[in-house]
Design a protein around this ligand. Sequence first.
Ligand code: GDP
Ligand code: CA
Length: 324
Amino acid sequence: MLAGGIGGARFLRGLKDALDNREAPTTTGTEITVIGNTGDDITLFGLRVCPDLDTVMYTLGGGINEEQGWGRADETFSVRTELAAYGMQPQWFGLGDRDMATHIVRAQMMAAGYPLSAITEALCDRWQPGVRLLPMSDDRVETHVLVNEGEGQRAIHFQEWWVRHRAAIDAESIVSVGAADAKPAPGVLEAIDTADFVVLPPSNPVVSVGSILGVPGIREAVAATTVVGVSPIIGGAPVRGMADACLKAIGVRTSAEAVAAHYGADLLDGWLVDEADAHTRVPGIEVRALPLYMSTPETTEAIAAAALDLAGELSGVDTGRSTR
Ligand code: GDP
Ligand code: CA
């Protein structure tokens, strides 16, 4: 699976539940490899913060703030208050005390020369997410947004646009700085090549899945296997978040159909859309409609089960049947 933050992590929980409730012997011991987006990563106060990797790790490891969807449960913000008292910037990014421990470990390992993939593995030793979590690349790839507020064009970090400005300033374009020279992290291409199929969860198609596919070699590898995606757009709107602002910046309409066409029939084999989008037709892509709101563990599991069914059909791999 290629995953961003919240949408990816929630879907993964459903996928693990769906695999637990299947009868085919072939699905017991199934391994899930998650290739996480690192385009959102940012250095703050000397610490490297990887929001999407951490959201997946905390969600599957039981440490997530459930209401918020990101950050640690039962968080406190003493360090942030103290930093603000010193006038330290930025103050628009909330780093909690518990969360900060993760970033301190990461920063220390980075300073000691460890690549992000090894650091992620070490952090997962504590959280035991039950999946193999790989960053898309060990190289620094950062999403920047070109904005123009009248004083000429400037590039700001994706997090500044997203968190500070709530994507309310028009983005002229979105660039993945460093992508052209980046290499997939160790294990990424091997995992894709040996996978029965690849699932694209309802993650942001531009700044999450799009940045992963932008690492040279990954898109080609994914296109060579069976790919089933879950639409992050329902009835012409993103379910939560501001994915529409990202789609607008790259000139793609906010619809389940336009997102599938943007991924392309060379990449995508199957596409799950909400019942509100049952009319969706994309040449070369098999479309199925079902309720796509991940509102409860049960509905999320049903979406994942449908993805397994479709992936099984399209790839010829026996994905078993749901026992629910
Ligand atoms: P982020 O890193 O926190 O932005 O999370 P992702 O990259 O995983 O993308 C979140 C996207 O998932 C949002 O833009 C929504 O469009 C989509 N999304 C969130 N909740 C749901 C849901 O319940 N159902 C579906 N189909 N999509 C969702
Ligand atoms: Ca993200």
